[in-house]
Design a protein around this ligand. Structure first.
Ligand SMILES: Nc1ncnc2c1ncn2[C@@H]1O[C@H](COP(=O)(O)OP(=O)(O)OP(=O)(O)O)[C@@H](O)[C@H]1O
Ligand SMILES: O=P(O)(O)OC[C@H]1O[C@](O)(CO)[C@@H](O)[C@@H]1O
Ligand SMILES: [Mg+2]
Length: 474
């Protein structure tokens, strides 16, 4: 239990020259997040030396294996002055991901299943490929299966046999070669299928909904006391899964979004009073819109679900855009698909409309904004030229192969997951925390949400590059 205490209370703002730089400060005690293990409910689980020992390509050296004492801290930024209270009262630590000295699965007895659920995301095929390759090449597993068409595929489709030859070029393809779907989550049928088919390692790739389903599968497997390890690999182009630094495919999506913003910019500056409007994915979080705005620098205003805005009146969107048109002759507006939903009129039927997974179907904020902009201009500036060019690259930013950074990220995620499962961990997710790969309890990831914090420095940065209003009525 690390409790670090600085002995002397001094002026917290003093510089370091005198050596007395910080007020008395003590870190909270470390709370290590336990990862469930098959031995929690399977007595006398046999262990064997890691097969990597005999892998001719690895030659495990000193420090190669990760021990249970290796941890990653969640929070690495502290205010030693004590002026700003810590946002996380617990000093959380997670087990470091990586190969363990002992494993609980004999490779010849492993029957691994891989499934992809929910919407697409760049890198899905890379994760699948690297799971197959990692299991086969690192650990010598030969029975690897793809469950097709999402959760429903467990009980309604024949699994697909996978091997390195079959998946060789999958990382170059967008989408998921296993196919995906929403809905179809029938817990008992899924767990029956896992049992009947003899799967003992289940790799579940998907977003927040998928992770909640994976928690239920894990709990049911534990109730039945099955020797089956389950791991979740978080997939979300929206980057809305919490705790991990970012989700795979997110950077690729942000990069793709640049093309749409550039096109909107060209269209806008080539027109008289031109507005370029781009709608980007982001059902309940605006990370893609935020990062695409920050990296493009062509955007005058970025609207996200985490921030309310209004159209009319002083300090509203129209007021701001009018100023921009007067100053620059054009403006570029980026809107996340989940922004402004409460302002768009909905019929009773639309209020109820859900997709197969139960997610509310969003209305098209881009089309609505375009029509409101046109109404405003013709009402307030009749006879003056005005153009809105609306670009909706929705599926283009996620239906592409992963870029180089995301591809290597996917490889590390897949290999981390395999090492954890082979060691007997279950009900966990692998992912980077502050740049280091960790094992995080699945339940915690299923609960955590990563929203844009409109009070932090990154949002202030958006406001400073765009000079957009804060939309606070005064
Ligand atoms: N609370 C839940 N419990 C069990 N299963 C769930 C739950 N929520 C969603 N699922 C199942 O998980 C799968 C994927 O869910 P969903 O369509 O919401 O996508 P997701 O995983 O959230 O990914 P994304 O939203 O990023 O596309 C579906 O098969 C759905 O039925
Ligand atoms: O049209 P689909 O496939 O249901 O997916 C759309 C949704 O999926 C997401 O990309 C999340 O994966 C959201 O941004 C979007 O609302
Ligand atoms: Mg989701």
């Amino acid at each position: 239990m690390a409790a670090i205490t600085q002995p002397e209370a001094t002026n917290p703002t003093a510089d370091s020259n005198g050596g007395k730089t910080v007020a008395q400060f003590s870190l909270p005690a470390v709370k290590l997040q336990k990862i469930p293990h098959l031995s929690d409910y399977i007595p006398n689980l046999k262990t064997l030396p890691n097969p990597l020992e005999n892998n001719p390509f690895f030659h495990p050296s000193d420090g190669f294996y990760v021990s249970s004492g290796d941890v990653i801290f969640r929070q690495i930024v502290y205010d030693l002055s004590g002026i700003v209270p810590s946002p996380n009262p617990d000093h959380l630590a997670y087990h470091r991901a990586g190969p363990r000295r002992d494993v609980v699965f004999e490779p010849s007895e492993v029957r691994a299943a891989i499934v992809t659920c929910g919407g697409l995301c760049p890198g899905l095929n890379t994760v699948i490929r690297e799971l197959v390759d990692g299991l086969w090449e690192l650990y010598g597993v030969r029975q690897i299966f793809g469950v097709t068409a999402g959760y429903r595929g467990f009980y309604s489709r024949e699994p697909l046999e996978l091997n390195p030859k079959r998946v060789r070029s999958w990382h170059k393809r967008g989408g998921t070669a296993l196919e995906t779907s929403r809905g179809g989550f029938d817990l008992e049928k899924i767990v029956d299928a896992i049992e009947d088919r003899g799967f003992n390692q289940v790799y579940i790739i998907g977003g927040d909904g998928t992770m909640r389903g994976a928690v239920e599968i894990c709990n049911a497997i534990r109730r039945r006391k099955l020797n089956v390890a389950v791991t979740g690999i978080p997939k979300t182009v929206d980057n809305d899964v919490g705790i991990i630094d970012r989700s795979f495919g997110f950077q690729t999506a942000v990069e793709m979004a640049q093309q749409a913003i550039s096109a909107a910019h060209v269209e806008a500056e080539s027109a008289v009073n031109g507005i370029g409007l781009v709608k980007l994915m982001g059902r309940s979080t605006g990370h893609i819109a935020l990062h695409a705005t920050l990296s493009s620098r062509d955007v005058d205003c970025c609207l996200i679900p985490e921030m309310e805005f209004y159209l009319e009146g002083k300090g509203g969107l129209f007021d701001f855009l009018y100023q921009r048109l007067k100053e620059n002759g054009h403006a570029v507006l980026v809107v996340a698909e989940g922004a402004g939903q409460a302002m768009i009129p909905r019929t009773d039927a639309q209020k109820e409309e859900r997709d197969e997974s139960g997610n509310l179907v969003l209305l098209d904020v881009g089309s609505w904004l375009k029509s409101e902009l046109k109404k405003w201009w013709s009402r307030d500036h009749p006879g003056e030229l005005f153009t809105v060019k609306y670009i909706d690259p929705t599926y283009m930013i996620r239906a592409v192969p992963a870029n180089a950074t995301d591809n290597s990220y996917c490889t590390l995620l897949a290999h981390s997951a395999i090492h954890g499962v082979m060691a007997g961990y279950t009900g966990f997710v692998s992912g980077p925390i502050n740049g280091n790969y960790a094992y995080i309890p699945l339940e915690e990831v299923a609960r955590a949400k990563n929203e844009v914090n409109t009070k932090d420095h990154k949002w202030a940065w958006i406001r400073s590059v765009s000079n957009q209003p804060d939309f606070k009525k005064r």
